[in-house]
Ligand binder design. Structure first.
Ligand code: F6P
Length: 319
């Protein structure tokens, strides 16, 4: 293999730059030319392709976001659009593509692979919602950012004896919420994997007050309910001041922490290794500390991310 392309797609995640850097430097160490595709699949379709060298990835290891840019591009579901994208790659002579992103990006990689174009997927998303890997690139950094925000909310919530509801990202995966609840000492955890029982939550808050809890933090994943309306209902029922905070896109930014830098560096380099070994339509993961790769079709269809019931139980014990 002589020419490899790399792109980042979907929501950006801290550590994506480290993954691109690892792809570039691993390629160069094997005398493979490497090309950056700007703005995800949209940029691929538009032919935004540039050759990268060592210096293209200098000083990016500590930068959040993705210097390649990213985009959501639902049009890529259309075969005609993908055919045009493959033409763009062929124009430059790029023989294989490494796609760094979430499951939407994996779907793009899978579709290209099905059309005979070799692709490898790397899990780059804060959500930690991808099967076949214990951790996605960006999850740990985002988690740290959330815990820092929850610590701050704890200060003010305890000063005012208030209930704080904190809405966290994660799309339809509760990992960020669950892990942040343990690390941030939240009293109540509401995740999409468990049915939300508002009545039970209110009773628990009242019970907590009877036990002498002066304030409370409720960690909740986005898309479950309108947290501002929930705060009003809790305030009415408990007669305790309640505030909702939506952490929003702040969660996605910031310099990647060491864990994500190392994970992304390993994954980026591993992706090049498996392409050189002739593999295609694979996605990379980390399992018990080791790099692994799976069939991307299986990953998207059959493999399920296990829910961390152990952590959920732990959050109950530590309440
Ligand atoms: O997938 C990453 C993520 O940040 C999700 O947690 C969130 O639901 C979504 O992206 C937000 O997307 P956008 O940045 O397009 O609003």
């Amino acid at each position: 293999i002589k020419k490899i392309g790399v792109l980042t797609s979907g929501g950006d995640a801290p550590g994506m730059n480290c993954a691109v850097r690892a792809v570039v430097r691993t390629c160069l160490s094997h005398d493979i030319e490497v090309f950056g595709i700007y703005d995800g699949f949209a940029g691929l379709h538009a032919g935004k392709i540039e050759q990268l060298d060592r210096h293209s990835v200098s000083d990016v290891i500590n930068r959040g976001g993705t210097f390649l840019g990213s985009a959501r591009f639902p049009e890529f579901k259309e075969e005609s659009i993908r055919k045009e994208a493959i033409k763009q790659l062929e124009k430059v002579g790029i023989e294989a593509l490494i796609v760094i992103g979430g499951d939407g990006s994996y779907m793009g990689a899978l579709k290209l692979s099905e059309m005979g174009y070799p692709c490898i997927g790397l899990p780059g998303t804060i959500d930690n919602d991808i099967a076949g890997t214990d951790f996605t690139i960006g999850f740990m950094t985002c988690l740290n950012t959330i815990v820092d925000a929850v610590d701050r909310l704890r200060d003010t919530s305890s000063s005012h004896n208030r209930i704080s509801i904190v809405e966290m990202m994660g799309r339809y995966c509760g990992d960020l919420t669950l892990w942040a609840a343990i690390a941030g000492g939240s009293e109540y955890v509401i995740v999409p994997e468990k049915e939300f029982d508002e009545e039970k939550l209110i009773k628990q808050i009242q019970l907590g007050e009877e036990k002498g809890k002066k304030h409370a933090i409720v960690a909740i994943t986005e898309h479950i309910t309108d947290v501002n309306a929930l705060a009003k209902r809790i305030q009415e029922r408990t007669k305790r001041e309640t505030r909702a905070t939506i952490l929003g896109h702040i969660q996605r930014g910031g310099s990647p922490m060491a864990f994500d830098r190392i994970l992304a560096s390993r994954m980026g380099s591993y992706a090049v290794d498996i392409l050189m070994a002739g593999k295609s339509a694979r996605c990379v993961g980390i399992k018990s500390g080791e790099m692994v790769d799976h069939d991307i079709v299986e990953c998207l269809t059959e493999m399920k991310r296990p829910f961390r019931q152990d952590l959920y139980n732990l959050s109950d014990v530590l309440y």
